[in-house]
Ligand binder design. Sequence first.
Ligand code: AMP
Ligand code: TRP
Length: 333
Amino acid sequence: MSKKIVFSGVQPSGEIHLGNYLGALKQFVDLQHKKDCIFSIVDLHAITIWQNPKLLAGRTREVLAIFIACGLLPEKNIIFKQSEVSEHSQLAWFLSCTARVGWLNRMTQFKDKAGKNKEIASVGLYTYPVLMAADILLYKATHVPVGDDQKQHLELVRDIAQKFNKDYNQEYFNLPEPLINKTATRIMSLRDGTKKMSKSDPSEQSRIMMTDSNDQISKKIMKAKTDSLKMPSSIEATEKRPEIENLINIFVACSNINKQKIIDDFASKEISVFKKELINCVTSTIEPIAFETEKLLKDQKFLDNILSENAKKAQLLARKTILEIKRIVGVIS
Ligand code: AMP
Ligand code: TRP
């Protein structure tokens, strides 16, 4: 059995929100004690949609600060900036010669992000899942903790790995498995229970940031869209009420209390009573993280040092894989 390696990436395209934390970061923190973990701040993915060059490097530091504030230990894991390891782009090229156009055409995230006018989307946005495959396969990761929205990309990564093995007639890549947090597969927008909470939603009211103050969290939750009924009394009754279901899911994921118990505790009560408890639960999750993040961000040197030290560790692993790939493909003998 090969060694278990965890890899995941987070884009520095905006601030980290509660959906990122519950869907991805919380899993990273648990996994660091069980497996060898590599976490990348994927700035090359972020620029598939234009990013302000004056803000991008600072946002990378912000993601790192939040990682550490959430409990990721920089000395235990490899935490690095993707663009510092050029082998990601190199492997992406090899893999783009393996991936098929028809496979990329099925990617729903491209369709969502490109919108109606696909002709003017960047080529990078279209080939983005190939770069994601390179990120994962470069380190021969076995497990990839992600939110549910990345499931289709992970299936593509497995298809690419399988085709590469077949094309070159050897079991070089193993097939990575997604790890999806069952209690927070997809945290939805606070303004629309059918849309996921996202960094790119124009409404700031739609998401709770990991750096929000208690007051901001409280206002966002009090204003969160709901229907005007009382709280549901069964799991089935929540399924027809997406906004309420989302708020209950957030409660479950932040408190680690099971869904049935939360539904029983609030059954038939006013939504405002539930929202007040939810505010307590979310603020007690976020407050210590926001406090620690602010402290860490004051020491830019400390953060930059972590990134450069860890990039060296990632480079060592990455170089070895690229050399093997070059031999397999035959560009060197
Ligand atoms: P991104 O912000 O797109 O770089 O996402 C970073 C990680 O957070 C990925 O694993 C996503 O799947 C996860 N994620 C993003 N938005 C959500 C959400 N609304 N609910 C759960 N997980 C999410
Ligand atoms: N595509 C992921 C997202 O948008 C980010 C990402 C890039 C990633 N490379 C990865 C996630 C590799 C897991 C593994 O959220």
